[in-house]
Design a protein around this ligand. Structure first.
Ligand SMILES: *Cc1c(COP(=O)(O)O)cnc(C)c1O
Length: 442
């Protein structure tokens, strides 16, 4: 998660930005239009593409808009048979869903044991589908958090076969100021302004997923939703326009040098965490040089097999230590994916690392039989203030539960407000937590 600085957020509280009707005549919103044009230009410069549309409201909607552009490009050239989209096994779930939504057939390309796309399997899949190949959708750096050296060659293979290359740009925090997808082989990408460009992320939006294309696809970008047959993907020309000032302010305040420094810092932070934690929780994928990109996957599967302590236990226990858990079980089940970004300083990174190492120490105690697998500080996590009062019949102390590193530990104590819930049950069953209708009878 990136810092959402107050200075970036302030302008969205101004009526000039947040009270503009989505269909207001452009002459009524000259400031907003100028801001949109600035942003389109900057995002072209950052990505190396020729044109950008800010219309999509999410990354997934950007994918949809980008694939629609590819589909229409092929149709215009009389290539209606080009309907196959190659997607590597490591891809984000939205990729295949978007391809299905534009009517493409999805073919999965294997990944090799090191996590990279298997180029031999790619060659085979291209040969299999030849005339039907519409495009490939890749994420760069990959969802495994590694820069794949063969990306330029991969793009060439697809282009030679008449396909287009979609580069999922949600991982742009590892590229901004260093490499541009529009220059290393991409024809189209989406970005996530609510990830890389500081719009708050989570809670269901709103987001902005701009779609950027090379010149030959520019005419297929989403058009004005008020014009019939314009292939708009959202009900408003500029989508979630009222939150664009956040990204504008971030880019404007950082400048080109600042953005590049942010990327380098994010990469350094991810590698720092990877090196420090690898002896305790093995890092699953690294590049040829042993380095990761902007995130690292910590593999807990062996630990779970050996000790019974799960990735959930570790994630929940982090709350007792005062940390929000990193991404769990994506893209690989049973692992944690840590993406520190440039926003955390060294002190905070060190505190996180210390907490993870202390948690590993607790796991070792479970393995040694000091605590049973069903009742230990990890399985009991997170611990609320409420659970401390009254009877206590666990084999570990109250202090261990809520002050695992000691009361004098310098970080301010964060008290989780709820204990563990059955997340999977909640995902699969509709649970109504509102009062019954009779409660409103009076
Ligand atoms: C987040 C993400 C998406 C989807 O973005 P949404 O805004 O959540 O729809 C797509 N691809 C990758 C690699 C992502 O990380």
């Amino acid at each position: 998660m990136k810092l959402n600085a107050a200075a970036e957020m302030e302008a969205i509280t101004w009526p000039g930005f947040n009270q503009v009707h989505p269909y207001a005549p452009v002459e009524d919103a000259p400031g907003l239009i100028k801001l949109i044009e600035d942003l389109e230009g900057w995002l072209c410069a950052v990505t190396g593409y020729d044109r950008v549309s800010l219309q999509p409201n999410a990354g997934s909607q950007g994918e949809y808009a980008g694939l629609l552009a590819i589909r229409r490009y092929h149709l215009d050239r009389g290539d209606s048979h080009r309907d196959t989209c190659l997607i590597p096994a490591s891809a984000h779930g939205t990729n295949a869903a978007s391809a299905a939504m534009v009517g493409m057939r999805v073919e999965v390309v294997k990944t090799s044991p090191n996590g990279d796309i298997d180029l031999d399997d790619l060659r085979a899949k291209i040969a299999d589908h030849a005339e039907r190949l519409a495009c490939i959708m890749i994420t760069y750096p990959s969802t495994h958090g590694v820069y794949e050296h063969e990306v330029a060659e991969l793009c060439e293979l697809v282009h030679e076969a008449g396909g287009q290359v979609y580069v999922d740009g949600a991982n742009l925090n590892a590229l901004v100021g260093l490499a541009r997808p529009g220059k290393f082989g991409g024809d189209v990408s989406h970005l996530n302004l609510h990830k890389t460009f500081c719009i708050p992320h989570g809670g269901g939006g709103p987001g902005v997923g701009p779609v950027a294309v090379r010149e030959h696809l520019a005419q297929y970008l989403p058009g004005d939703p008020l014009v019939k047959g314009s292939h708009a993907v959202s009900a408003a020309m500029y989508g979630s326009a009222s939150i664009l000032p956040i990204t504008w302010a971030y880019i404007r305040m950082m400048g080109a040098d600042g953005l590049r420094r942010a990327t380098l810092t994010a990469i350094a932070s991810a590698n720092y965490i990877a090196r420090k934690l690898d002896p305790h929780f093995p890092v699953l994928y690294t590049g040829d040089n042993g380095m990761v990109a902007h995130e690292c996957i910590l593999d807990l599967r062996e630990i779970t097999k050996r000790t019974g302590v799960t990735v959930d236990d570790v994630a929940k226990r982090l709350a007792d230590y005062g940390f929000h858990a990193p991404t769990m079980s994506f893209p690989v089940a049973g692992t944690l994916m840590v993406e520190p970004t440039e926003s955390e300083n060294l002190e905070e990174l060190d505190a996180f690392i210390a907490a993870m190492i202390a948690i590993k120490g607790e796991i070792d105690q479970v393995e040694a039989g000091v605590w049973p697998v069903e009742d230990n500080p990890l399985r009991g996590a997170p611990h609320t203030a409420e659970c401390l009062v009254g009877e206590w019949d666990h084999p570990y102390t109250r202090e261990t539960a809520v002050y695992p590193m000691g009361v004098k530990h310098t970080r301010a104590k964060v008290w989780p407000s709820v204990r563990r819930i059955d997340g999977a049950y909640g995902d699969r069953n509709l649970v109504c937590s509102c009062p019954p209708l009779d409660a409103y009878a009076e």
